[in-house]
Design a protein around this ligand. Structure first.
Ligand SMILES: CC(C)(COP(=O)(O)OP(=O)(O)OC[C@H]1O[C@@H](n2cnc3c(N)ncnc32)[C@H](O)[C@@H]1OP(=O)(O)O)[C@@H](O)C(=O)NCCC(=O)NCCS
Length: 135
């Protein structure tokens, strides 16, 4: 894109649609439904994007403080992860992620499938915690 908009600096309360992805057959468990670990990975990516934008740079996941699978995700579901920055500390950012699934391209069938709270730490080039400035 020639004139891509600049990445906004996220603040507490900001919510973004951080990840949107189609659940594929390769992401299934032995029973044929979507593997929970795949969903956890999408959630971590979604949380890290909001945390990166809040911290103004590189972050690492320090904790998954809660994770709830509410309903199963099935092959073909369009999965959307919404990330909300809930706290910006000295070096850490806390993010709530809510996940919704849309089966068979039917917007009326969208339903919540998971929710999680994750913590990220801003790090410097030596991987040490970095104070978050400019907020
Ligand atoms: C993240 C890491 C740099 C933190 O280093 P540390 O010296 O333990 O840092 P601290 O104990 O000073 O904690 C740093 C911040 O994290 C917060 N934190 C630590 N554990 C936390 C938890 N369980 N939940 C929420 N916040 C937490 C602290 O409160 C602190 O926040 P603040 O500065 O905003 O007050 C270090 O633990 C690390 O490198 N971990 C591995 C990260 C990683 O590789 N993740 C990907 C796994 S594949």
């Amino acid at each position: 894109m020639e004139n891509a908009p600049p990445i906004e600096r996220r603040r507490v309360g900001d919510t973004i649609l951080a990840v949107r992805v189609l659940a594929m057959p390769k992401d299934t468990n032995a029973a044929g439904d979507i593997f929970g670990g795949w969903l956890m990975s999408q959630v971590d990516i979604a949380g890290s994007i909001a945390a990166w934008q809040a911290a103004g740079g590189r972050v690492v996941t320090v904790a998954v403080n809660s994770f709830r699978f509410i309903k199963p995700v099935l092959v073909g579901d369009l999965v959307s992860c919404y990330s909300q920055v809930t706290r910006i500390g000295n070096t850490s950012v806390t993010v709530d992620v809510e996940v919704y699934a849309e089966p068979e391209r039917d917007p009326d069938a969208v339903h919540k499938v998971a929710e999680a709270t994750l913590a990220y730490v801003a790090i410097d080039e030596d991987r040490n915690p970095r104070p978050i400035s400019g907020i």
